[in-house]
Design a protein around this ligand. Sequence first.
Ligand code: XMP
Length: 516
Amino acid sequence: MEKHDLIVVLDFGAQYSMLIARRVRECNVYSELLPYNTPLEELKKRDVKGIILSGGPGSVYEKDAPKLDPRIWESGIPILGICYGMQLMAKDLGGDVKGEKTREYGKAPLVIDDHTNLFAGLGKELTSWMSHGDSVTKLPEGFKVLAHTDTTKVAAMGSKEKRLYGVQFHPEVVHTENGTEIIKNFVYIVCNCEATWTTKSFIERAIEKVRATVGKEKILLGLSGGVDSTTVAVLLHKAVGDQLTCVFIDQGFMRKNEAKKIVDMFTKHFKINLIHVDASEKFFGKLAGVTDPEKKRHTIGNEFIYTFEAEAKKLGKIPFLAQGTLYPDVIESAVKGQTSNSAARIKTHHNVGGLPEKMNFKLVEPIRKLFKDEVRAIGREMGIAEEIITRQPFPGPGLAIRIIGEVTPERVKILQDVDDIVVSEVKNAGFYKKVWQSFAVLLPIRTVGVMGDKRTYLNTIAIRAVTSSDAMTADWARLPYDLLEKISSRIINETPEINRVVYDISSKPPSTIEWE
Ligand code: XMP
């Protein structure tokens, strides 16, 4: 089995740590994020080809400043320190770092003084993105200044012999011109890595691994119809064929015609064993009279697990359960969990892939090393339709949390029709991929209107469209007025139950993306 070179990013708590790993992977070299205090043994065990130290919020002289296992400096593994990482390198190796009067934030022209290795092939000057208070004032022995700016004398430093480098700016953010080239130089020239981390190689390796794990046994997968679970399904099917059974539980809160599309895609196109459970009646029954958002989420989550368990039981003994866990979820609990306090619970998430551990399955998570855009690339490569690949995120509880107040079949039908109008108009106007999410919410209030010569007293729809990069924060999307007008008039003309449409202009925080 072919083995990939590995670059480890040690996370000192920077906002951009995860982005660094993504950038390395974009150079077709595998990269993982590990906590800053990972011991040298662990790195050696994994045969790390290079280390990148991320930035961090603090100063290297603060009392509890995070430190590197000091043996790593002497290990001979090439290191690139970014911002805090570079300052730590300077301080630990006998240089000096000071809080300068002139801090530097934002874009700064970087003058390159040495065009070998790290800056090979780059121009004389490039725009860099800075964000620091402290600066390196004295180089460690054997180091040279490789680049400077007007205010920062040591904007990059390095020792070719020791293969240790530091940059004060952030090569991983898009504001740094040719940032990826710098990362490429580190990875290819300094660390000598080979570009083997490609979509094709990932798929081949994942298939082999699944076969080795599952053997001749059976494996089960809960399917939502989203890009993650669909990609896992197709991958598993390639690996173990009919040993895979997918269970698709239709809670009754899918979008218009979506359940049928999913069933057709799986049974007719991919020819994957699929059990379609129409559980809508049961879900509607459980939700009768429920209006509290948390109670709604709990009810749906519990009913889902119960239904899944019942279906699994019918299938007899199945030892393996597959899940579409992604890399950011894995790091979220492993790396960030160490430093952050557990945040106050805002919403109880229900995820179709997130079944309880007590179910006694052995878990198979073939995409747990991937970022979302890598999953998309893999899905595409395996022939999954573009409509699924580029689908906006859709919450596990579906339209139920976009119907404020009680969820009834009639209200779901109204929202399905309205949502279909919103999605198709946003797509027609070319905004579907530009925004993070765009959808409709059905409100429990009626307002007065006039249609023809008659008074109406009907429901209100709110349109929500947001831009975001990770759903942690979001801004309301500045959709063109013409598009909003088209959406509004189509909804009111085509949906007899609606006489008013409003646009949600709140950001997250303080609002959230979904209304419940
Ligand atoms: P909020 O409303 O918390 O949403 O700002 C952030 C993102 O998460 C999605 N979301 C969910 N996804 N199960 C999911 O799988 C859930 O229960 C759930 N609730 C919210 C939401 O659509 C947005 O992208």
